[in-house]
Design a protein around this ligand. Structure first.
Ligand code: AMP
Ligand code: ZN
Length: 478
């Protein structure tokens, strides 16, 4: 197994990831099911998926838990607006999430818990925090975590607890807030009329959990033995291996998860925290609140499949911002389909593999493997494969061993390059375009460059790109 290096947000550096056994216990912050996931959200789940797949490629077994936030400020607001029970408004978005992630070849998490199924565990955790006096109750019956009682608050993002505001502004009850508001955060929110029919009657009173405690409870319940039934046993908690999310989850969500979890167990919450960067549109974060979001349906309207988007994502490093454009998506689609077509051609090939190419094949495999374990270097890994493809194309030969190399990495990239019929169909050109292409191929063979250029222009005006490769010309819709 290769040495796996991952960027750990906790140390702000790349670190070697040494597994404590064969099983890796990984928690990924999942969707808030108050709307359909946009492709920005989906970027953070593809990142977690690639991480999981790289670990698996390296022989590890990953137990991945991804939560569904089916109760929080946003879902409650939706239930209120629609005047329907919470579960009725969240259910369709849970289904949609499963459909969208499956289309992107995101492996189903080992466990996909819903927050509303873990209320007793959340209550048990909060009661232990109260018992340890790191949390306190307010007059209205809410419970807050006291960040002054947790010396390491802010370690992840460098947000010092001494910025804590005092007085009435020293508490924040909203699930989402920013660094200017660093303050005690709500663990349990007493019922208010705005919550409508959403509440649980518990030993903490009538109310509902805050968002942050949800993740701690589900992580502890599903990735350690910290709960015996609903009974909380802090001593049984085992530090998680990896916790993932988008960069905007780091503060306050992950800071708060760390604070409450470590305050109650006395152990580190997770050895690694990893954060995926944002998808941007016109230089701005893609976000529902900014109204600049696209879903997989929008991509389909532009003739792109979910896997084309996956390809686009893998061509960027997960810690780099990625500006989404339709042109980049179209280019990703073209590259993916041409790769699929190449692999299938190789699969049927019986040519001999010259020694030099056989050597390059082994070398490429090493390069891809090395790139992947270097903090999930998917852009480098794909570049190595595409370079090798070009080298093979230059020789015009086809050999099964080449296809095998690409197949070897399909469990990591999951780009569907084994599904040839789909790739072929997508590459089929309308009759008039095919005629122009073969006319152009003929004049090129006759070295009539002026005519070839005129035909290229005609193809481009019809919305096609023309690329002359060693093996012939490639014409694709733009
Ligand atoms: P939410 O459903 O709002 O809780 O967000 C789900 C996930 O999507 C979180 O992990 C966010 O960090 C992530 N996320 C939100 N917007 C973007 C974006 N534009 N690019 C990448 N990830 C995002
Ligand atoms: Zn979370």
């Amino acid at each position: 197994m290769d040495e796996i290096i991952l960027y750990n947000s906790l140390g702000h550096e790349k670190q070697q990831f040494v597994s404590r056994g064969r099983e890796v216990r990984m928690y990924s912050c999942g969707p808030t099911v108050y709307g359909r996931a946009h492709i920005g959200n989906l970027r953070s789940y593809v990142f977690a998926d690639v991480l999981r797949r790289v670990l698996q490629y390296n022989g590890l077994v990953v137990r991945q838990v991804m939560n569904l936030t089916d109760v929080d400020d946003k879902t409650i607001r939706l239930a209120k607006t629609e005047n329907k029970p919470l579960s009725v408004v969240t259910e369709p978005f849970i289904d949609q999430f499963k459909t969208d992630t499956a289309a992107l070849h995101i492996e189903s998490p080992t466990v996909l818990p819903r927050a509303t199924d873990y209320i007793p565990q959340m209550v048990a955790l909060i009661k232990e925090l109260l018992r340890r006096k790191v949390a306190y109750q307010t007059e209205d019956g809410s419970s807050y975590f006291s960040i002054q009682r947790f010396a390491h608050y802010g370690r992840l993002t460098g947000t010092a607890a001494r910025q804590l505001q005092t007085g009435a502004s020293g508490r924040v009850s909203a699930d989402e807030y920013d660094k200017e508001q660093v303050a005690d955060f709500a663990l349990w929110k007493a019922w208010t009329p705005e919550d409508g029919a959403v509440f649980w009657q518990t030993s903490l009173g009538k109310g509902r959990p805050g968002w942050h405690i949800e993740c701690s409870a589900m992580a502890m319940a599903e990735l350690s033995e910290a709960f015996v039934g609903q009974q909380f046993e802090p001593a049984h908690f085992q530090t998680l291996d990896i916790h993932t999310g988008g960069v905007d989850n780091a503060f306050p969500h992950h800071e708060d998860e760390i604070a409450q979890s470590e305050a109650v167990t006395g152990k580190p919450f997770s050895r690694f925290f990893m954060h995926g960067e944002h998808l941007l549109v016109d230089g701005q974060k893609m976000a529902k609140s900014l109204g600049n979001v696209y879903t997989l349906d929008d991509l389909a309207k532009h003739g792109a499949e979910a896997l084309d988007f996956r390809f686009l994502l893998l061509q960027a490093h997960y810690r780099q911002k990625l500006n989404f454009t339709w042109m980049a998506l179209a280019a990703a689609r073209e590259a993916r389909l041409s790769l699929a077509e190449f692999v299938s051609r190789q699969r049927q090939g019986t040519d001999d593999l010259p020694e030099a190419l056989a050597y390059r094949l082994t070398e490429t495999r090493r390069e891809v493997e090395a790139a992947l374990v270097d903090d999930l270097g998917t852009p480098m890994a794909l570049a190595a494969l595409l370079l090798f493809k070009r080298e093979v194309n230059r020789t015009h030969l086809a050999n099964q061993a080449v296809a095998n190399l690409f197949d070897l990495f399909e469990p990591v990239f999951a780009l569907g390059w084994q599904t040839l019929p789909e790739a072929q169909a997508a590459l089929e050109l309308p009759a008039e375009i095919a005629v122009l292409k073969s006319e152009r191929d003929a004049v090129r063979a006759a070295k009539d460059w002026a005519k070839a250029d005129a035909l290229r222009l005609q193809l481009e005006q019809a919305g096609y790109s023309v690329r002359d490769e060693a093996a012939g010309s490639v014409v694709r819709p733009v």
